[in-house]
Design a binder for this molecule. Structure first.
Ligand SMILES: *Cc1c(COP(=O)(O)O)cnc(C)c1O
Length: 427
């Protein structure tokens, strides 16, 4: 990063030429005109990196990719239609039938379904492990065909924090990439590539956009994983690709091989591409990421402290609270703050939790986190309802749990809204 984090948020990679639009223009076009057949042919050979068709690349999507690669400290990035499709292009880019994923149990419900159900159907196996198990136990859960480790920096919604030292040591011992979903932490609080992760995933739908306008996702490639170290282990990266006249991705693209593979093959074939307008809105959102994240965390911290002191609340989970089991890891890996999401249990259990949600006036009941507006959700009956009660508990979901995404309103107003709804819910 040439400039500081804040400057990169504001300007990123975009600099208008003389008389060009100061705000990036929207390239709302499916296609790009050519006059020379050799130039077009070069696009099909991946020997040119300009634009040809929006399913492969687009100027606004490219701006977002370059900006996120800068913010996360990666070599390149590939955007996709949603966080789910970012996870999908990442895993399908590196895995084949017969491979195995070793994943933390403490992950987003959609990732759990993707790995546990949909990829399983394609013949890609998995094991879910408690991320806090000792190193030796985690190592035992690996198999000879384990090809990737999967975890979240600040898990949604368990709010556990990844022990990067242990998990990156595991990745290095197994010689597989460590993929970390950094959606809730954002690069403002934590940059996983600096702690040994090889790839970073975001649902840009959440804090990157930040205003609830656009579903999107991205994979940032750290460029540090050595695909060729074990010949035959990642044939899609290291062996000739028939769909590109025998091109070998690692030879042609060096450290950015995986980012190009996700675009040139997985996006090309599966088509889950981000729309130009969504990329434009997400770039706009990133311009204030540094300001928003600082305030999200400040409000979440104050709300967590208020809830902890309330006699109407059973428990509060926020890694920024001193008594939290992940406080030490928060201080180590997210020293600027614990981001904007917290969970708590209303006294009296499931029914009072529902009453609480229905009596909020300012706060929104929505399937969303990372918005400027304070939002609440009941995971057990919504995002994680597909999981068995045991799998819910393994993912850190309790029946009475309320997930809160602290917004950017006046903290006094947020607390007053919670206080009034808690009173009604518990009487
Ligand atoms: C929301 C979310 C996803 C999925 O993203 P979509 O944009 O909804 O597809 C993945 N991981 C985490 C941690 C999320 O919060």
């Amino acid at each position: 990063m040439e400039y500081g984090f804040e400057t990169t948020c504001v300007h990123g990679n975009y600099k208008a030429a003389q008389t060009e639009t100061q705000v990036p223009s929207i390239a709302q076009s499916t296609t790009y005109r050519y006059y020379n057949t050799d130039d077009m042919a070069a696009m099909f050979d991946l020997s040119s990196a300009t634009h040809m068709y929006t399913r492969i690349s687009n100027p606004n999507v490219q701006q977002l990719e370059e900006k996120m690669a800068l913010l996360e400290g990666g070599v390149a990035a590939t955007a996709a239609a949603s966080g789910q499709s970012a996870s999908t292009i990442c895993l399908l880019g590196m895995l084949s039938q017969g491979d195995h994923i070793l994943s933390s149990t403490s992950i987003y419900g959609g990732s759990n379904n993707l790995i546990g159900v949909s990829l399983q159907k394609l013949g890609i196996a998995h094991t879910f492990v408690d991320p806090d198990l000792p190193y030796e136990e985690l190592l035992k859960a690996a198999r000879p065909n384990t090809k990737v480790l999967w975890a979240e920096t600040l898990a949604n919604p368990a709010l556990s924090i990844l022990d990067f030292e242990k998990w990156s040591r595991l990745a290095n011992a197994l010689e597989v990439p460590l993929v970390v979903d950094n959606t809730l932490a954002t690069p403002y609080f934590c940059r996983p590539l600096e702690h040994g992760a090889h790839m970073v995933i975001h649902s840009t739908t959440k804090y990157c956009d930040g205003h609830g306008t656009s579903v999107g996702g991205i994979v940032v490639d750290g460029g540090t994983f050595d695909w060729g170290k074990n010949p035959g282990k990642y044939p899609g990266l290291t062996q000739p690709d028939d769909s590109y006249h025998g091109l070998v991705f690692t030879e042609a693209f060096g450290p950015a091989a995986f980012a190009v593979k996700m675009r040139g093959q997985v996006l090309r074939d599966y088509g889950c591409v981000m729309a130009p307008m969504n990329a434009w809105l997400t770039v706009l959102g990133l311009q204030t990421l540094h300001l928003r994240m600082a305030r999200h965390a400040e409000n979440a911290q104050k709300l967590a402290e208020y809830l902890e002191s309330s006699p109407l609340v059973e428990w509060v989970n926020y890694p920024g609270l001193k008594g939290n089991p992940y406080y030490a890891l928060q201080q180590r890996y997210l020293p600027k703050g614990a981001s904007g999401v917290l969970t708590f249990g209303v006294k009296g259990g499931f029914e009072n939790g529902r009453k609480f949600i229905e009596n909020l006036k300012l706060t929104s009941f929505v399937i969303h986190v990372g918005d400027i507006r304070t939002s609440v959700l009941h995971p057990a009956s919504t995002t994680h309802r597909q999981l068995s009660p045991q799998a819910q508990l393994a993912a850190g979901i309790k029946p009475e749990q309320i997930r809160v995404s602290a917004g950017l309103e006046s903290i006094e107003d947020i607390i007053a809204d919670f206080e009034a709804a808690l009173r009604i819910a518990t009487t």
